[in-house]
Design a protein around this ligand. Structure first.
Ligand code: PLP
Ligand code: MN
Length: 374
């Protein structure tokens, strides 16, 4: 069941029901434009990752700024975002199992679908699914970028894998993906730059192996919000797939830029609006956003423009906020803007996104792919 919308267009911020997911449109527009411009002047393509926003509206804004398509992590997420008008989708995951592959084939009848593999047994499964559904799956080989998670780490297996893909009339090899989540969040810029360079080098070496064998490698996709500037300068990627840049979050703000300042190439556009439920002590309040409205895998959230307040604890439905010495404890009913520590899973907690500009609600957008885990 979808919950009722927490606001209507034209409402003032003060009348939004809480907890609510808020998107500041000035900051969102700035972020969408800034990334699009950076990628364009680098002569690369932008394929934003939609796992972050799960939103048809935001995808449309990314297309208007020049994005060539989307990445999705889940087949059901890709399906939910078709109304954005997307025509070129990279399902940047390993899709396994007949049920899911048949759904991927259904998508491939509607839009261009590319997906990943790093294993010859999986190639057989992909080819069987494409054959039985009468479609062609376009394929990128995923390389391990250093986190030993999903990508191919053993270079000696690259050519046999690529040849197996190329040998199937139901598959079409396009190139490579290399993405490493953890190195987006290495704090010093020098460490993120070194990791991005290493990932780029792996992709360049792999491209030489493929092209020397007469195999195609026209597309190399990867990169994220923490290394996008470095990713454009390593000379390996043909397209970038950043996601979090549209919103940013508390964890990305804990990265450092090259000059040692906090990493702020993009503006914070995403907030969870929360209301004070109880002033429990002169320096302690409880608010209506807890574990079910936030995501805490990257630590506690922070309070926007309130360095005097610390979010110290969350239970299912409530959060505890403490006032630092000299700070001002919020009053009963007061609204606070929480900066989520990790944007993607926080968005997935909400059915609605309240778009705000100049202190007023302009739109209430559904989180179209909310809960699309299949
Ligand atoms: N590409 C893949 C495969 C991802 O898993 C993710 C995020 O987890 C991204 C791109 C986007 O990365 P970021 O949100 O750091 O920009
Ligand atoms: Mn994330």
């Amino acid at each position: 069941m979808v919950s009722p919308a927490p606001a209507r267009a034209g409402d003032e911020i003060g009348s939004i029901d809480t907890p609510a997911l808020i998107v500041d449109l000035d900051a969102l527009d700035f972020n969408i434009d800034a990334m699009a411009k950076h990628v364009r002047v680098s002569n690369m393509m932008l394929r934003p990752h939609a796992k972050t926003h799960k939103s048809v509206e935001i995808a449309r804004r990314q297309f208007a700024a020049g994005a060539i398509g989307l990445c999705c992590q889940k087949v059901s997420e890709a399906e939910a975002l078709l109304p954005s008008g997307v025509s070129d989708m990279l399902v940047s995951n390993h899709i396994v199992g007949a049920a899911k592959l048949d759904k991927l084939a259904e998508l491939a009848r509607k839009v261009r679908i590319t997906t990943l593999t790093s294993d010859t047994a999986h190639v057989t499964e992909l080819a069987d699914a494409a054959r039985r559904n009468g479609v062609i799956f376009e394929i990128l080989i995923e390389l391990d970028a250093g986190d030993a998670r999903m990508g191919l780490g053993d270079e000696s297996q690259l050519l046999p894998l690529a040849e197996a893909i190329a040998a199937s009339p139901h598959l079409k090899l396009r190139g490579l993906q290399v993405y490493n989540g953890p190195f987006q969040h290495l704090r010093p810029q020098t460490e993120r730059a070194a990791a991005a360079k290493e990932a780029g080098q792996r992709a360049l070496c792999a491209r030489i192996v493929l092209e020397s064998a007469g195999l195609p490698c026209d597309l190399i996709s990867g990169g994220g919000t923490g290394t996008y500037a470095e990713d454009t300068s390593v000379g390996a990627f043909t397209e970038l797939q950043p996601g979090s840049y549209v919103f940013m979050d508390g964890d990305y703000a804990r990265n450092f830029s090259a000059d040692g300042s906090s990493y702020r190439p993009f503006r914070q556009s995403l907030f969870v609006l929360t209301r004070v439920l109880r002033a429990a002590a002169p320096d302690v309040v409880y608010v209506d956003a807890g574990v079910k409205a936030l995501n805490l895998d990257s630590g506690m959230p922070t309070l926007h423009e309130r360095p005097d307040l610390v979010f110290t604890k969350a239970s299912d439905e409530q959060g505890r906020i403490e006032t630092l010495p000299g700070g001002k404890t919020p009053a009963l009913g007061e609204l606070l803007h929480i900066v989520p520590s990790h944007c993607d899973p926080t968005v997935n907690q909400f059915d609605w996104m309240v778009a705000v500009r100049g202190g007023r609600v302009t739109d209430v957008w559904p989180v179209d792919a909310r809960g699309c885990v299949l």
